[in-house]
Design a protein around this ligand. Structure first.
Ligand code: DGP
Length: 122
């Protein structure tokens, strides 16, 4: 899948659309989700143009990948959610209902988050 330069997170990265920023460094930007699914719901995105985890893991440089993963951890520490616990999640493609075609890791926290995922047999 080709990267769409007009996706909403590309516009946020270019400063064309505002966001409630919680963290930024060379490799990543983190901001609050516009439609929170938990008391704390933050999105962490790489600064590079990557559609999803497949694209990023195959095409991203070692520095970008290390920088992004370190940013996810730093965001969690700075938000003070490490001890209580938090969930990271990345939707990739149609079956996962990925809405925005720029890789993003959701961070959920602030309550008991329940089971990981609905059992496929339910
Ligand atoms: P996903 O389904 O994994 O692609 O989730 C996309 C998330 O992006 C969804 O939880 C809502 C959020 N989102 C969509 N548009 C915007 C926006 O303009 N600003 C912010 N902060 N979040 C957005």
């Amino acid at each position: 899948m080709a990267y769409d330069n007009d996706n909403i997170f590309a516009k946020i990265l270019r400063g064309e659309i505002p966001c409630d920023k919680v963290f930024e460094d060379e490799h990543a930007l983190a901001f609050r989700d516009i439609n929170p699914q938990a008391p704390l719901h933050v999105l962490v995105i790489p600064k590079g143009a990557y559609v999803n985890m497949d694209d990023f893991s195959a095409q991203g440089s070692d520095a970008e990948i290390a920088g992004f993963i370190r940013a996810v951890g730093q965001v969690a520490r700075e938000l003070g959610i490490v001890d209580a616990g938090f969930r990271t999640l990345a939707n990739n493609g149609p079956d996962a209902h990925q809405e925005v075609p720029h890789l993003h890791v959701h961070i959920f926290a602030g309550r008991d988050l329940g089971r990981m995922i609905k059992n496929f047999k339910d």
